[in-house]
Design a protein around this ligand. Structure first.
Ligand code: F6P
Length: 319
């Protein structure tokens, strides 16, 4: 393997820059040429490719977003688009690719691997919804962003004796809402992986109110629906004042936490080593603090599972 390309694709996540830095520097350390591919698979199709050096990734470890930019390419989903991408890889003499992103990114990596281009996936998404790794790059930072917001909302909720429904991202996964709910002391956590009865939510608010609680925080994962709808239903049922905060894309930005930087640095370097060892169509991850790699096909077929014990604990602590 003489030359490796790196790209970021799909929704950006804090820590992607630390991963790019790690890939680029690990290649250079190992005497391998490294190319940055801009705007994900779309940029690959269009030949938006540049050789990187040590300085190309200087001063980015602390930055949110991705210096390689990102896109969601419909063209790359077609065979014609994939052929164009392969032509570009051949033109630049790129022997293998490291792709940083979520499941859509890995689907693309699998297509290229099947067509003879070895690819390694690095899980980068705030959703933490990828099987085969305990954590994805960006999740810890997004979680801390949510928690900062929850703490602030709690102040004003207490002052005005209000019930707040806070909607967090995660697409179809509830990890962000679950972890934020536990860390933020939410009364109820609504996530797509489990059925939480609306009556149960109401009952908890009622009980809290009876013992003099001045506020309630209901954490709503976007995958279960709109926090506005839940807040309206609660208001109707209890005849109390509710408010809604939809945190939106604030959760995707910001300087990565130390945990995300360390995770990204470890996974980026490990992806390069995995590629150099001759593997292809694999996703690197971290399990029980050990670096691992799994077949991307298996990863795409498996369902991400939440840690139900966290939900039980949250219920236990928010009685
Ligand atoms: O996958 C990351 C994510 O932020 C999800 O949590 C969210 O559902 C989606 O991307 C939003 O996508 P977009 O940036 O296209 O609005």
């Amino acid at each position: 393997m003489k030359s490796i390309g790196v790209l970021t694709s799909g929704g950006d996540a804090p820590g992607m820059n630390a991963a790019i830095r790690s890939v680029v520097r690990s290649c250079i350390y190992n005497g391998v040429k490294v190319y940055g591919i801009y705007y994900g698979y779309q940029g690959l199709i269009e030949g938006n490719i540049e050789e990187m050096n040590i300085g190309s990734v200087g001063d980015i470890i602390q930055k949110g977003g991705t210096v390689l930019y990102s896109s969601r390419s419909d063209e790359f989903k077609t065979l014609e688009g994939q052929k164009k991408a392969i032509k570009q890889l051949q033109k630049h003499h790129i022997d293998g690719l490291v792709v940083i992103g979520g499941d859509g990114t890995f689907r693309g990596a699998q297509k290229l691997t099947e067509q003879g281009y070895p690819c390694i996936g690095v899980p980068g998404t705030i959703d933490n919804d990828i099987p085969g790794t305990d954590f994805t790059i960006g999740f810890d930072t997004a979680l801390n962003t949510v928690i900062q917001a929850v703490d602030k909302i709690r102040d004003t909720a207490t002052s005005h004796e209000r019930i707040y429904a806070i909607e967090v991202m995660g697409r179809d996964a509830g990890d962000l809402a679950l972890w934020a709910g536990l860390a933020g002391g939410a009364e109820s956590i609504l996530i797509p992986e489990t059925d939480t009865s609306f009556e149960g939510v109401i009952e908890k608010i009622r009980r809290g109110h009876e013992r003099g609680k001045r506020h309630s925080i209901i954490m709503v994962a976007e995958g279960v629906g709109s926090a506005v709808d839940y807040a309206n239903k609660i208001q109707e049922e209890l005849q109390v004042s509710t408010r809604v905060t939809v945190l939106g894309h604030t959760q995707r930005g910001g300087s990565p936490t130390a945990n995300d930087r360390v995770l990204a640095s470890r996974l980026g370097a490990f992806a390069v080593n995995t590629l150099m060892d001759g593997h292809k169509g694999r996703m690197v991850g971290i399990e029980n603090n050990h670096l691992v790699h799994h077949d991307i096909i298996d990863i795409l077929q498996k369902e991400h599972k939440i840690d139900h014990s966290l939900l039980e604990l949250s219920n236990q602590l928010s009685i």
